[in-house]
Design a binder for this molecule. Sequence first.
Ligand code: BGC
Length: 500
Amino acid sequence: MVASRRGSGSIVLPSGQTMAFHTRTHQEEDLPHATKKTMADHLRKYESLFTLTPQRMRMIVEAFKDTLELGLQKPKQIVPMIPTFVFGYPTAKEQGDFLALDLGGTNLRVCLVTLQGDGKFEMTQSKYRLTEEQKQDEGQKLFDFCAECLKTFIDTNYIDENGQTTLKEGEMLPLGFTFSYPCTQNRIDHGELIRWTKGFGAKNTEGRDVGEMFRKSLEKYNVPVVMTALINDTTGTLIASHYVNPRTKIAVIFGTGCNAAYMENVRDIEKIKDLGIDDKAQMAINCEWGAFDSFEHEHLPRTKYDATVDEQSNKPGEQAFEKLISGRYLGEILRLVICELIDEGVLFLGQNTYKLETPYCFETAFLSLMESDPTDELLMIIGIFTHFFAVETTLAERQFFRALATLIGRRAARLSACGIAAIVSRMNYLDEGCLVGADGSLYNKYPGFADRVHEGLVDIFGDKGRNIITHHAEDGSGVGSAVIAAMTKIRRDAGLYPNV
Ligand code: BGC
């Protein structure tokens, strides 16, 4: 990596935009700027607000463990600990062609996955970007869009050289539907949406069976598909990562949203005792831990910026843990701190700052870029502030912004470590150690995020924390979804728990 870079150039941002940067050799002297000392004083204040001590982390882990236990005992808890009816890990011998549909926070993806056994697979996929309008429109329309995309995908992928369909008369293709929002399940192909998260607000969907809504759309568009399983992305990630690496025991997503799944002993899931499932069986649990500490706000160290993010969101009070961690919110937290300093007359005096005043204009990707700026003068940060927000910065201010990004990014990673630690202690994985399959833009693209999670685990558990290792997971929503569809087919064919 270049230690220092001067001159001009351009970089391509995650959003696809190109940003030019150039080195300036003189600071703009005609604008009033905060002094280095003022910025250092402010930084100290934010350091104490955003820093999590090991002791505080251990307290959070304890509260987290109690919450997980409660969710397993009783239905309708804040952290719902959803039984997924995915029984145990895959054998890695699962084989066959499966379709997977993935309705994520940003895109809709259709995949054709060929499971080859031995933990191997091949995949073809198409992606469709979701518009903001679709996210807020009628829910049924969203599922209609899913069905239409699926149909187009099948029409283009299931044809021979002569353009004729390769599907047999009446053939129905098995599909795993990854729907990454909290749904209560009483069967694997059913799911009642508890609430939308990640800024979605499609109407007439909360409280309804999204499996049923999707099936209605499939019928409407005559799509030759049978939905075998409705899956959360975390459950898919757990199964996909275990399929290729059996030491994986926990899966986490750090993306637009934040959540985890793990394999629980059925005998310890009190709330499904009456289903008559063998006590020795295991079942994947979709924790929906993003909801930890929602409404009550008793355990998490929320700052006033977090409270503002929450109040101004479309779901105040909800997803309290997620709002401190996930990619959807980190940029906004930093923006609110900057806006406060503008209001106090510390930053950008005499400059027009209106561009910074739009909520969510400061992308979390900017935090990643600021933290990874390799130049002495922090040229990347100059570029971000001039190009996107039309404001001039001094080196002291840029160093402050970078340090602030580090504080917010590190807090997110350390809180994530608390969640992982709660599952590790619950399942006694510490001594033998385990792998944690992790996915999502924050985990994959934020520099140092994984290292900070690992540091957090050592702060919580001491040296033994090193036994818990996160790694980039296999594609849960594609491969995982296909493996689960395969596992479900095998289970159903064997007549095991046919009602669920
Ligand atoms: C959703 C979860 C999902 C997570 C990651 C959260 O907002 O509630 O179901 O697993 O985002 O995508």
